[in-house]
Design a protein. Structure first.
Length: 249
């Protein structure tokens, strides 16, 4: 087995990336190798941007480059979960899939593509420090919530098949609302109303962080006007720091 001390990481607190590198070396049959892993990034942790998964995947990519061998995507998924307990699905690239973030497998891959959305993102915590995801207990969903997710899964399947931004927004909003019992976002009802007033298709929230976003149909000819109205409404609500992006770029 790889001696974990043979792999060092900078900064030293990137423990998940360190574990990922060690696990990848073992998986590739190179237990005697070591090295120094230098991580440079500008993704704030604990916000819901997937920073830890980025670290983990970058660490495994560095190991694969160093060894000169490649790991299949299902193996990368499994090791990512082993390294960080729960992983985002970034290793899947632009595939549209329902991903078991604590098991590392694809539950369902959807045929088609997500409708392009314009997103106005923002933080929801007062101090902007985010969430310590490892300190959160795993969500335990009720039987009613599980049934609700089954319905949302069918809606998502149709939204992808039909490239339907409005249905995609409804799925995101309903999922965000269900998450309120597990990681509540302050003033969620108000944010949902802001999206409606600005002509948005819904609201999304990070299920393991403090960021949220108002969603708009990116191909709506009035999207610029709607986004500007949403920014003004958020400012009146006290949210002055926002970022804007399209999901297909």
């Amino acid at each position: 087995m790889t001696d974990a001390t043979a792999v060092t990481v900078e900064p030293a607190w990137k423990a998940k990336a360190h574990r990922a590198a060690v696990l990848a070396l073992r998986e590739l049959g190179s237990p005697d190798l070591g090295g120094h892993l230098l991580i440079r990034e500008d993704i704030p942790p604990g916000r819901g941007f997937g920073s830890s998964t980025c670290d983990v995947l970058a660490a495994m990519a560095a190991v694969q480059d160093a060894v000169g061998a490649a790991l299949p995507t299902p193996v990368v998924s499994r090791l990512a979960v082993e390294a960080e307990q729960a992983s985002d699905s970034l290793m899947l690239g632009d595939r549209v899939a329902l991903f078991a973030h604590r098991e590392g497998g694809v539950i369902e891959e959807f045929e088609g593509r997500l409708a392009p959305l314009e997103v106005i993102g923002f933080g929801t915590s007062s101090d902007g420090r985010g969430v310590d995801t490892l300190a959160l207990p795993p969500a335990r969903y009720s039987s009613w919530e599980i049934e609700a997710f089954r319905t949302l899964r069918a809606m998502l399947r149709n939204a992808v098949r039909n490239v339907d931004p409005e249905m995609l927004g409804r799925v995101a909003t309903a999922s965000a609302r269900l998450n309120q019992r597990h990681l509540p976002v302050k003033d969620f009802d108000c944010l949902e109303e802001l999206a409606r007033q600005a002509g948005g298709v819904g609201v999304q929230v990070a299920h393991s962080g403090d960021v949220a976003g108002l969603l708009f149909d990116a191909e709506d000819p009035n999207v610029e006007e709607r986004a500007e109205a949403a920014s003004a409404l958020l400012t009146r609500h006290g949210i002055t720091t926002t970022w804007r992006f399209r999901t297909d770029k």
